[in-house]
Structures are given as C-alpha cells and as structure tokens.
Design a protein around this ligand. Structure first.
Ligand code: ADP
Ligand code: MG
Length: 619
C-alpha cells in the first residue's frame, strides 16, 4: 500500500542537522539524498534574485559555502528561535552572521540586505524537508510531527510552530526529542523480542542542545518520568572551545576578536572538522591560512580536546542526576542508557557516560536518525496508522504566576505528565479595580526576576466591586504539544474577563498571517516554471563562480579533476539551456540533482578559493 495523501511526516529540526522520516507499512524510514545521507545541514544561503524574490539554498550546498557566502548564510538558527538578545549574548561571537534585536525583544538576522526572524530562517529548512518528503511520497505534504528539545520553553515551542506554518506545514504534534528517540528505541526492543518493562535514560547530546529523559516503557505505553537538560550545551560549544584554543595558540587571537565573519567561519569549520577527526584519531593537524598571520598550523591531541570539553560533559551528567532524582530513581534502577546525537560519537562522552551509569550504553540505533524515526512513529499514530501506542510526556519546566513582592506562585510543577491543567484564583487590591495584570512565568527559581516571563495577561472587564471581592479564575492548560493555553473568568459576576495575551517574544498572529500570505502570493505563480527558473539562475551563478575559481586557482588541481569539473559544468549548462528553451523537456528534480552533484564536485576548488580569499584579505 502506498502512502495516502494525508500522510503526516516526522521532522527532526536540529541545530546542526535536520532530517525527515515518513511512516510506512514496514515501519518508518528516513528519507535520504542521492548520496544515501539522511542529514540535511540546517544551513541556509539566501540570494535576492531580480523578479523572483528571495531564493534559498539549504543543506550541504549551503554548508559548503558558509565561508564563501558570508553575509548571506545562516547556521544554528535553532539557538536563536524564541530567544531574546539577553539569552544569546554569550554565543554571538560564535555565529558567522550578525544578530540584532527586533521588536518585542525578538531577534533578527540581517541577510542580503533584509531582516529575517529566526522563524523565517527555520522555515527555509522546513520547506526543504517538506520538499524532500513530497518528492519521495509523490504527493504534497501538509502536516508534520516536529521534535524539539525537551527543555524548550513555551516561547521556543510556539516559535517552532510558527516556523512550520511559514513553511506551509501544520504541526500535528510537537514532541520532545528524547521522547521520540525512546519511541524508536522501545519499538526496536519490541521487535527484538525484549518487550518486558524497561526503564531507560536517553542521553541526547547534539550540536546545540543537551537533553536527558528517563522513560518507563511497558508494552505500548511510553511514560516519561522526568526530563532535564540545557538548550545551550552541545557540540557547537566544543567547537567554540577548540576555536579559542586554536586562536590563542597563534597570533590570530586578535583576528578572532576582530570579529571578521569570514575568519570566524573558517576557524569554526576547522575546529569542528578537527573535533570530528579526534573521535577516531589520537591527534590531528589543523592547518588554516589566516590574514595577518600567515598559516595557522597546529597539532591537537585528543587528550587536549578532552581536557577542554570535560567540564561541559560534567554539566550533562549533573543534569542526568537531576532527572534521576526527579524520577525518584538511582542509576541501579536503569535497564538501559540510550545515546542520541552526533556528539555522543566522542569517545570522551561514551566513556564518561559509561562510568557514570556503570553500564555500557546502547548504541545499536544510528544516533543521527533515531529522533526522526521516532517522530515518524508518532506521525503514524496520529494518522491512525498504528494506534497501539500511548505516549505520556511531561512538561520540562514549572509554570507559575508572579505574586505580591516579586515571588513566584507555581501552578504546574516540572515533570508533570501532559496534557495537564491547573487553576488559580485572583482578586483585586483596590476598590473598583476592573483589570488585573498577570505575569506568567516559567522556571524553577523562586523569584520572578529569575524566571522567564512567557506572557503578560491583562484580565479586563471585571465589574467594579470592593477590593478582594471579585474572583477571577485563571486556567493554565498544557496541551499534548507542551504548549500553554490560558483562559480566565470572573466567577462572581459570571462574566468572562477579557484575556489579552502579549507574547513576550515571538511573532503576533497577524505577523504570521502576513508572512504566510506573502508566501502564498508567490506560490500562486506557476510553481513548476518558477522552480525551473530558480534552478537555471542557480546554475548560472554556480557555474560563473566555478569558472572564476578555475581561472584563478585551476592550476592547483590535478588535470583530471579540472577536466571533470569542466565536463560537469558544460553538461549542467546545456541542461539549463534546454530548460530555458523548452521547460517541458527538463525534469526539475534531475536538474536539482545535477546542481547538487556539481556543488559536491567543486568543494575542493571552493576550499582552495577560500584559502586564497583569506590570504588576499591581508593585502
Ligand atoms: P543537532 O540535533 O543539534 O542538530 P546532531 O545530533 O546532528 O545535532 O549532532 C551534531 C553535532 O555532532 C555537531 O556538533 C557535530 O560536530 C557533532 N558530531 C558529529 N559527528 C561527530 C563525531 N564523529 N565526533 C564528534 N562530534 C561529532
Ligand atoms: Mg538532534
């Protein structure tokens, strides 16, 4: 049976990599590119094309060009979504693009002369994933299960939902990444005939975030007992430490401080590549040409990297202990430790986790793909394909209201099973008062100033009464997505008080509608023709770049490689020429594939160009 047109897809929207998986009769499967890779780098390059508006390139091609297209390329947008300037201060030096404050404490990224919200930028990645699913399924896709770090707060979840909306996807459900991983893991157990009750800890260390969840799996019931984590702790931070180390080992420290995005991007790439190599090798050489200081050359050992990263691994283990405490368990109660996320490939992480829990971690699942697979399993449940699965998730953070004197009155405690509901009554302090301002807070601290304000609610239209007489009931409802809904009523008069929700950060509904409407206007133009035009423009752009680089640096390639690039370039150009002459004659997918292959095939040339450009920058 082929998938029906109402297929819900599963999306792992990662800081570094994103993946899409689809439910199928034989279980979910991740969708791969022509090279067999399921990972789509969460990197976007934008270009303003006359007549066609903004064009986005997403994935490997965009990632390969981070340095080349500085000022037009973004990465790690997940670190910005639903956040404010104050939240992201510490990592600004790490981002290869400028970030500034937008309205209502939001963030904006300026690219190609325009300001984009993190939601819009995430939407480009989501659109690319949706497109991949559409290709694979052969029909349009409108609904998705999207995973977020368990520790994402309400604003970050809302913002993720908005990003999906902008990409034309209705969010069927938001689920937590470690819970998705546990779903995939639990199903794996069942298939392996090990279906007895299990308590598992899922340790997920990715590029930008760390999440830990403790799960109880009993038959078809998946119950999250506790979750903890840090939305700002991951492989990117290891890269940052190594970057600083590289920079300080050389006279390039000043170059790094100069905050030149090109240098930062180049250093960051070198650091990440070295880190990944050190998962297999005991030592590795880093060589990078930097303006002003010649060539940066350094040998880094695994021991050195481990010494740098160890304190961060300590922090992950402290979160594990906190989650265990919340679940009222000790390491002895655990049946399995499941590793998820690219950074768990580091021997240091494996070793420390093994020591900490006193058992070898379970690594049979591909740590990159397990979250997307779990999302697709949940998607199958929601589309009614497999109904024998019950997922009981928890809310990661306590929710409350600011009370007199700046204290916090908690309504819902962290690790409460969702969906859940709590009610609190308010009254007035002044005779005849007709409105109350309520600040909704999320966090574990006791003072309002130390928690995160999610929203302010103004309860208006309270009939004038003496102080203390009105009884305003505020209801908090956390839905299955982990998203908070609020309603309020004045009970004595029986009238509903008007509730106005002013999200502290994020887009207003009107703004979302407006951006979507803009997108729709574009969508109405003939989609196929539009896509071909885009692709042809891209061919022009990429081949011109390649010609320039061949002229300048072609002599540094072996003749066979140069000949191959020239051959591929001419066939790509003739394909584009055909498409322009007769749009019916060319399959846009084939053109897209050829373009992507060309991008892969010229990576080395691009690298040589980058080194040269960096060297030139000194002159
Ligand atoms: P996210 O879910 O945040 O997108 P992933 O789970 O895909 O992240 O993990 C990406 C991170 O894993 C990156 O920081 C990357 O450098 C790191 N990573 C991937 N492979 C390795 C490896 N072999 N050794 C060390 N780190 C790795
Ligand atoms: Mg991930």
């Amino acid at each position: 049976m082929s998938a029906t047109p109402d297929t819900i897809i599963g999306i792992d929207l990662g800081t570094t990599y994103s993946l899409v998986a689809v439910p199928g009769p034989g279980g979910p499967r991740v969708l791969r590119d022509a090279n067999g890779d399921a990972r789509v780098p969460s990197v976007v390059t934008l270009r303003e094309v006359a007549g066609a508006g903004i064009q986005a390139e997403v994935g490997w091609a965009a990632r390969g060009g981070i340095v080349r297209t500085a000022g037009a390329t973004v990465h790690s947008v997940k670190r910005l979504i639903g956040r404010s300037m104050a939240d992201v201060q510490a990592e600004l030096p790490f981002l290869a693009y400028p970030v500034r404050s937008g309205p209502r404490d939001t963030l904006q990224v300026e690219l190609v002369g325009r300001a984009f919200t993190p939601q819009e930028l995430s939407a480009f990645v989501l659109r690319a994933l949706r497109e991949r699913a559409t290709q694979a399924l052969g029909h349009d896709v409108r609904r998705a299960v999207i995973t977020v770090p368990a520790y994402f707060d309400d604003v970050q979840r809302q913002a993720t939902r908005q990003a999906a909306e902008l990409a034309g996807l209705e969010v069927a459900r938001i689920i937590n990444e470690p819970t998705a991983a546990a779903l995939a893991y639990g199903i794996g157990l069942r298939t392996a005939g090990r279906g007895r009750p299990h308590t598992a800890v899922v340790y997920d260390l990715g590029g930008g975030t760390f999440d830990v969840s403790i799960l109880r799996i009993e038959g078809d019931v998946f119950e999250v007992l506790a979750t903890a984590g840090d939305t700002h702790l991951g492989g990117d931070d290891f890269d940052l430490l190594l970057m600083r180390r590289l920079a300080s080992a050389d006279a390039t420290a000043s170059a790094l401080d100069a905050a030149d995005p090109l240098i930062r991007a180049a250093l960051r790439e070198a650091a990440e590549a070295a880190k990944v190599r050190l998962s297999d090798a005991d030592a590795t050489d880093v060589e990078l040409r930097l303006p002003g200081s010649g060539v940066l050359q350094m040998r880094v050992s695994r021991a050195e990297l481990e010494a740098l990263c160890n304190p961060l691994v300590d922090r992950t283990l402290a979160h594990c202990d906190a989650a265990l405490r919340d679940a009222d368990l000790t390491t002895a109660d655990l049946d399995e430790v499941v590793l998820v996320g690219g950074s768990t490939r580091m021997p240091l992480v494996r070793r420390r986790v093994e020591q900490h829990f006193g058992r070898r971690p379970y690594t049979a699942l591909n740590p990159d793909e397990v979250v997307a697979l779990g999302a697709a399993m949940q998607a199958a449940v929601l589309s009614g394909g497999s109904s024998d699965l019950l997922l009981l998730d928890v809310t990661p953070l306590s929710l409350g209201i600011e009370t007199m004197g700046g204290a916090v009155g908690k309504l819902i405690l962290r690790n409460t099973t969702i969906p859940c509901r709590a009610v609190e009554n308010f009254t007035t302090f002044v005779d005849g008062q007709t409105a109350i301002l309520v600040s909704v807070l999320q966090g574990e601290r006791e003072l309002a100033a130390d928690c995160r304000e999610l929203a302010r609610f103004e309860l208006r239209g309270i009939p004038p009464m003496p102080a203390g007489i009105p009884k305003v009931e505020v209801e908090f409802l956390i839905d299955a997505n982990g998203i908070l809904n609020v309603s309020a009523r004045e009970l004595r008069s029986g009238r509903s008080a008007g509730v106005q929700v002013l999200p502290t950060r994020g887009l207003t509904d009107d703004e979302v509608r407006q951006i979507v409407a803009e997108g729709d206007r574009h969508a109405r133009t003939d989609a196929l023709a539009h896509r071909l035009i885009d692709l042809c423009n891209q061919v022009d752009f990429d081949t011109q770049k390649a010609v320039q680089m061949l002229d300048r640096h072609g002599d540094r390639l072996v003749p066979a490689e140069r000949a191959r690039i020239e051959r591929e370039m001419s066939s790509l150009r003739s394909l584009a020429a055909d498409a322009r002459r007769d749009p019916q004659s060319v399959d846009p997918d084939a053109l897209h594939r050829a373009l992507t292959d060309f991008g892969h095939g010229t990576l080395r040339l691009a690298e040589i160009g980058i080194q040269a450009a960096l060297a030139d920058a000194t002159k």
